[in-house]
Design a protein around this ligand. Structure first.
Ligand code: NAP
Length: 267
């Protein structure tokens, strides 16, 4: 699996990663989900996204199980839930996440959504987590440009490293302002729910997939991660889905394909 520099961090991170929403919701699912993540890691999907909210901590436990003995191979993102994101709440939430993940640090810690606590207060806590070594880098999720500016200003010299946003064929709103702003500043854009909105058999995605002998999902992932600063994090518990997603960058979309896909939903 290909990697690219995760924005200003300079760390090579797998362009296609693994989401974990809906993982770890039951004991039986936990073992299967951890197995799927381990398979993904074997296939190079070493960029893993989770959050304290997913499965009420269950998804972080799945990730902890999957990365046991191979922490150094993976890039771990987790997120603080908005209602916990006071200064003290953020520090405590991160410590609880680290316990569930079975690690002493995450690679990047995000505020899941802008919420009831002032962005500047949460960012002060994020900066403290970096100083303590609990997080290597700081990011946000579901932020618009104004909110990213506010977060960056509060970070006290630490560079905002990513914004995780919805980015799929049913919602490409981030192409207008968020991606250009991030691109100009080396902020990685991590697109979530990439497999939504694919359309039917006659869609542009489906036509291009047929021509390349690939699946529409592979074309979607390839397109959604087509250049820096883009990353994409499909979630798959089914091992066949993991394999399919892991092969999404094994072919090259032509400039004409990219143009057609960009025009398709009006970039
Ligand atoms: P998604 O990745 O677009 O779709 C997941 C669904 O697609 C699952 O039902 C999965 O099935 C299926 N799937 C995966 N690969 C497939 C394949 N190759 N063929 C057919 N079906 C396939 O949606 P998502 O989970 O909403 O988004 C991905 C990740 O983004 C989340 O898991 C989470 O980590 C993150 N996220 C973040 C936010 C945020 O607010 N920051 C919001 C939403 C999501 P199986 O599981 O059965 O394989």
């Amino acid at each position: 699996m290909l990697t690219r520099s995760f924005g200003v961090t300079g760390v090579p991170v797998s362009i296609v990663g693994q989401g974990t929403w809906r993982m770890g919701e039951s004991r039986r699912a936990t073992a299967r989900d951890a197995e799927a993540l381990r398979l993904g890691i074997e296939l190079g999907l070493t960029h893993i996204d989770t959050a304290e909210m997913y499965g009420d901590g269950g998804a972080e436990r799945v990730v902890g199980e999957a990365i046991r003995g191979q922490r150094d191979r993976v890039w771990i993102t987790t997120k603080v839930w908005p209602s916990h994101a006071s200064y003290t709440g953020t520090l405590e939430a991160c410590e609880a996440s680290l316990r569930r993940l079975g690690t002493d640090h995450v690679d990047i810690y995000l505020l899941h959504w802008p919420g009831p606590h002032p962005i500047a207060e949460t960012m002060r806590a994020m900066a403290e987590l970096v100083r303590r070594g609990h997080a290597r880098f700081v990011g946000v999720s579901n932020f618009d440009v104004t909110q990213m500016r506010e977060a960056q200003a509060a970070l006290d010299g630490i560079l905002l490293a990513c914004n995780q946003v919805p980015y799929h064929f049913g919602n490409r709103g981030v192409e207008a302002e968020v991606i250009p702003w991030c691109e100009a500043r080396g902020v990685a854009v991590v697109g979530y729910s990439p497999l939504s909105g694919l359309g039917g058999r006659r869609s542009t995605v489906a036509r291009i997939a047929l021509r390349h002998g690939r699946t529409p999902r592979q074309v979607a992932l390839n397109f959604l991660a087509r250049r820096a600063p883009l990353f994409t994090i499909p979630k798959a518990s089914d091992p066949e889905h993991v394999r399919e997603n892991a092969a999404a960058l094994d072919f090259t979309l032509t400039p004409e394909d990219i143009l057609a896909l960009e025009r398709d939903s009006g970039e």
